[in-house]
Design a protein around this ligand. Sequence first.
Ligand code: CA2
Length: 144
Amino acid sequence: MKTILVLNGPNLNMLGLRQPDVYGHDTLADVEALCRKTGDESGLEIEFQQTNHEGKMIDWILHARNRVAGIVINPGAWTHTSVAIHDALIAAEVPVIEVHISNVHRREHFRHHSYVSLVAKAVLAGLGTHGYQLAIEHLAHLNR
Ligand code: CA2
């Protein structure tokens, strides 16, 4: 069975616990359950991770090379700051779908630029946690 790596960046462990007006009421555990259900329905194995440490995120991305069929990543604030994550995603050489729960383009100017979008096959923003499901379903479609 093919594997999809679902990666979540800094502070996403706080999902559902604060700022529900921006990020909704789902917790990260709810997002993980949604991803696993979508994987089951799509015939894909899901590896689900979250970290507040950039080096750990880079190690997971590089370890995906020659091993997984796709990466779904919500890089959190590293979206807007990290050349290192951008470079790691290029090195991984697997299809990447970037997901944002909020519509970053309706928010502060500093959230409008993404280093990850330059290497992503597609970007989903503003669809809430449903964006994760759609991203996994699209990777399943590509791997059919
Ligand atoms: O909309 C998204 O998914 C973001 O990637 C979330 C990041 C933000 O920096 C990006 O610009 C857009 C922030 C994740 C932090 O999530 C929290 C959730 C609840 C309470 C506090 C933070």
